[in-house]
Design a protein around this ligand. Structure first.
Ligand code: MG
Length: 254
């Protein structure tokens, strides 16, 4: 009996560290995988490309227009037209660099439905009016639910207000905070699933990755493009690297 017990202990000892070591480290394509012929940041083509290379998820940015359309676009303005104050009609014919029009979130989600179990890393952009962030999130959560994509969608934002609003209104949603000014403990207290911080923040706070893990938070670093930096963060035990070079990053992920 004693021998069996010792054997089991040895087995667990052998299994547990390797299981921890082999915890999947994943790659997220920043604004989709857009660095290819005919693609553009935050385009439907970049979403499809992300799926084609088989990484964990496609990151993208959303804003809401004055008349309630949620659109996928990075900047606050399109050719000088502030999205938050614009009608959708004012921007709907504007073109991305690859000739596509600016996708609506509805179109983006429709396209994503066909893309296996790839995750959607949805960034709610900061709006000038916090009430516009609330409108953006209300509309987004409803669309994600309607599309049946709740289990595949994770939320990120620089806006603490937006993160808190999502936690409040979609308690099961995974929310990670981007702004880098909360400790892992504070992020945990806020009810977030993770911290998604700029590389510099993790370098300035070298204990935060392990602290976050002990608290059960996931860790994500942005935007890391150089291979040596991607390797560095995977070695530090980061869970996710958000990068403009997802193919190269996959080559060094564990
Ligand atoms: Mg973003």
């Amino acid at each position: 009996m004693r021998r069996i017990f010792i054997y089991l202990m040895l087995l667990m000892g052998a299994v547990l560290p390797s299981a921890a070591k082999n915890r999947a480290q994943q790659v997220i394509a920043h604004r989709g995988y857009w660095k290819t012929e005919g693609s553009a940041q935050n385009s439907l083509s970049s979403l499809q490309n992300t799926y084609n290379i088989g990484v964990y998820g496609s990151e993208f940015d959303v804003h809401i227009t004055r008349d309630g359309e949620v659109v996928v676009f990075h900047d606050d303005d399109v050719d000088g037209i502030k999205i938050e104050n614009a009608r959708y009609a004012d921007i709907k014919d504007k073109r991305l660099q690859n000739g596509e029009t600016i996708p609506t979130l509805q179109q983006y989600l429709e396209a994503a439905k066909l893309l296996g179990d790839m995750k959607l890393i949805l960034e709610v952009k900061e709006h000038i009016q916090k009430s516009d962030e609330d409108r953006c999130i209300d509309a987004t959560l409803a669309m994600v639910k309607e599309a049946g994509l709740e289990s595949r969608t994770e939320y990120i934002s620089f806006s603490k207000h937006a993160c808190d609003y999502i936690v409040l209104h979609a308690p099961k949603a995974k929310v990670s905070y981007l702004n880098g000014d909360l400790t892992p403990f504070e992020a945990k207290q806020a009810g977030y699933a993770g911290i998604d911080y700029e590389d510099k923040v993790f370098k300035d706070h070298p204990t935060w990755i392990s602290e976050a893990r002990k608290l059960g938070l996931v860790t994500n670093v942005w935007t890391v493009d150089a291979l040596k930096d991607i390797k560095y963060f995977f070695k530090q035990g980061i869970d996710y690297v958000t990068t403009n070079n997802p193919v190269e990053a996959m080559g060094v992920a564990n």
